[in-house]
Design a protein around this ligand. Structure first.
Ligand code: SF4
Length: 701
């Protein structure tokens, strides 16, 4: 069979790099960057290069697996058998306990079409909002902050802004490892204008991103809000705020200015541990730059005050008018390839398609009309979020869970609760491209899903760019696209007659885009054909639009009822130091992705970090009489524990330890660090505070 080359999108991080893929003999054989991609212009990183190894690595799931009882061995079976039993059991549970006794936990890895069908089934037809995504762990705090400050979700910036920015402020983002193509672009901007462009990094760890910065503000964990308020205070004191912008385009300034005044630089320096001189330099660089661009990620979002931190960062932009113009804006980085698409399609427990909210009566009516269902079928109460779902399984409130494209038995905090929940559930269905995973090993029914290059659909990158991903090769065995599995489940549950009989992924996309008409995320002007031709378009793009929109709010009219952006006074609760406890910080390694379901199967990607470790400061190592490689056990409040080899490094602050979270129990016999991480949530975003857990550590033989 002759080979062919096609263009598609990388399925790993939210940068969404355009790829050129060689296919031969029905297999993907080579991946390069796509020079013609409008967002990323041919750039890519190592994870994408090794995609063929991941797709054809060991452990692809080809057939449905099922076990009759919890003690029985799983056996291969047919789709009719597996999906039929799943549907029948789900219906029994709903009949007995009501629709809110079941939940769907899905993934930012899913395509928009996959998300749309499962969301429509759960919220529109089953009548439960218990549908949430692993994106909850990634950027839920940023979503809430955007909604509060700007009136709607959605990063207002474009990657092209990197080429026009004069100051880069990375907060809680190790972009050098986690969003490498964007970070390299920022460094290229810096290299081109070394005296005019500054790079500031706020992070308690000296990450590769921090090492490349002009200014590294190595703050004490949990002190982001004081630092950002202090920066605002300096901007005010040195008259670097834009009074005209504040007066004309915002509300709430006075209360935020008062909050900032509480943080003179001396106090902030004492609390954050960052020298006053560095805070001053950073604030001035931000305030004096013609264009300042902020990036933030999980170091901000994964905290009990994640929304406050995000708001404090957005406040800096509103105070200086650094939004809605080239090179400027608060730019939340999404971790996953389609976390953005999931938000647009309503794939979080409080959302409906088109950035609608379940608790808004008009939004429910609009969706009821679009789905042609009685409006009272749509539940006004937000559903359970990710962490809450597993707690509800563990205490018996939830009876069944359907998990797609994610591995919560390795990625969630407090893993013992997750396992207990899955063991107690009456029905656990997992749909994945690989077997085993830590989660699939606890499932009653495991369904084989097609993955990247094996199904078509769309994703949205961090810069709101909707891109088309073609089906380039056949999936292995009986694996099917996720949207099709959900559509067939819906039909088995009795919903047919025009509701779920989609013939193709394009049918699903066409129905979804109709749902966006007149919303802020209007993509009615897009089609598969257009996306193929143009290589990705940034929303909004309504019918008749000649192009997408690179940058939101260029007219400084925001999505609030009065068109003004809103300052919010961020609150800060001082982290409570606990005797004998250490602050555990978790994070990512350059060549790994999530729980290694894919990247862990690629030997080349394991070389740079073959196993997890615990990073500890040299002073602490001396105090504990530790040597490099000594085994340390980590114990949190959760019952689980794990052990790691010591890596002595001045990259972490004294009193803190760092462990990469990728390794679950299948890949590392010492256990997962998430045995110990906290399941405390930000009260507004319900995002778990994975970045700051108080733990005990002890040396073990
Ligand atoms: S930067 Fe992200 S999207 Fe781009 S190639 Fe790397 S993992 Fe893929």
């Amino acid at each position: 069979m002759p080979g062919q080359t096609a263009t598609t999108i990388c399925p790993y991080c939210g940068v969404g790099c355009g790829l050129r893929v060689d296919v031969a003999g029905g297999r993907v054989v080579r991946v390069r960057g796509d020079d013609a991609h409008p967002g990323t212009q041919g750039k890519l990183c190592r994870k994408a290069v090794y995609l063929p190894h991941a797709v054809y690595g060991e452990g692809r799931l080809e057939y449905p697996l099922m076990r009759e009882t919890r003690d029985a061995v799983r056996r291969e079976t047919t789709w009719d058998d597996a999906l039929g039993r799943a549907a029948a059991q789900l219906q029994l549970i709903i009949d007995e306990h009501g629709p809110d006794s079941v939940a769907f936990y899905v993934s930012g890895q899913l395509l928009t079409e996959d998300y749309y069908v499962v969301n429509k089934l759960a919220k529109g037809f089953l009548g439960t909002n218990n549908l949430d995504s692993n994106s909850r762990l990634c950027m839920a705090s940023a979503v809430v902050a955007y909604q509060l400050a700007l009136g709607q979700d959605g990063p207002p910036c474009a990657y092209a802004d990197i080429d026009e920015a004069d100051c880069f402020l990375f907060v809680g983002s190790n972009a050098a490892d986690c969003h490498p193509v964007l970070f390299q672009r920022a460094l290229a901007r810096k290299a081109a204008r070394p005296n005019d462009v500054s790079v500031i990094v706020v992070d308690p760890r000296r990450t590769p991103t921090a090492r490349a910065a002009d200014i590294h503000l190595q703050l004490q964990p949990g002190t982001d809000v004081p630092l950002l308020l202090c920066m605002l205070n300096i901007l005010i004191c040195e008259q670097l705020v834009d009074r005209e912008f504040i007066d004309t385009h915002t509300n709430g300034w006075q209360t935020v200015a008062e909050a900032a005044a509480e943080w003179p630089v001396e106090r902030a320096a004492r609390v954050t541990g960052v020298p006053a001189e560095l805070i001053l330099r950073a604030a001035r660089a931000f305030g004096q730059a013609p264009a300042s661009l902020s990036f933030w990620a999980m170091g901000v979002n994964q905290a009990t005050d994640g929304v406050d931190r995000s708001l404090a960062l957005i406040n800096l932009h509103l105070a200086t008018g650094q939004i809605g113009r080239p090179g400027a804006g608060p730019f939340s980085l999404t971790g996953q390839p389609n976390a953005m698409g999931g938000r647009e399609v309503g794939g979080l427990a409080a959302l409906l398609p088109g950035y609608r909210m379940v608790n808004d009566a008009q939004h429910r009516q609009e969706m009821a009309d679009l789905w042609d269902i009685p409006v009272d079928r749509l539940n006004p109460k937000p559903g359970l979020t990710g962490v809450e779902m597993f707690e509800a399984l563990a205490d018996g409130r939830l009876k069944a869970i359907w998990i797609a494209g994610t591995n919560p038995a390795a990625s969630m905090p407090s893993l013992e609760t997750v396992r207990r929940g899955l063991e107690r559930a009456e029905l656990v269905v997992v749909q994945d491209a690989y077997f085993p995973t830590e989660t699939a090993l606890l499932a009653d029914i495991v369904l084989p899903a097609a993955q990247w290059a094996e199904k078509e659909g769309t994703t949205t990158s961090s810069e709101r760019r909707v891109s088309y991903m073609p089906r380039l090769v056949a999936p292995p065995g009986l694996a099917r696209p996720d949207w099709l599995i959900f559509a067939e489940l819906a039909q088995l549950l009795g919903y047919t007659a025009g509701d779920f009989d989609f013939g193709t992924a394009e049918d699903v996309f066409d129905e979804f885009r109709r749902c966006t008409a007149g919303t802020s995320v209007d993509i009615t002007g897009l089609s598969y054909a257009r996306l193929r031709n143009e290589g990705g378009v940034q929303w909004p793009c309504p019918v008749g639009a000649a192009s997408g929109v690179a940058r939101l709010y260029t007219d400084h009219h925001f999505s609030t009822p009065d068109g003004r952006a809103r300052f919010h006074r961020p609150t800060w609760r001082e982290p409570v130091a606990a005797e004998g406890r250490w602050v555990l910080n978790t994070g990512r390694e350059r060549d790994q992705w999530h729980t290694m379901t894919r990247t862990g199967r690629v030997p080349q990607l394991l070389k740079s970090c073959p196993e997890p470790y615990i990073g500890i400061h040299p002073d602490d190592a001396q105090l504990l009489q530790l040597s490099e490689g000594d085994s340390l056990e980590v114990l949190g409040d959760a019952r689980g524990r794990a052990r790691f080899n010591t890596r002595i490094t001045a990259d972490v602050l004294p009193g803190t330890v760092y462990v990469p979270f990728h390794w679950g129990t299948l890949r590392y016999s010492g256990g997962s660090v998430n045995e110990s991480t906290t399941s405390e949530l930000d009260p507004r975003s319900k995002q778990p505070a994975l970045k700051l857990t108080r733990v005990h550590i002890r040396r073990v033989a």
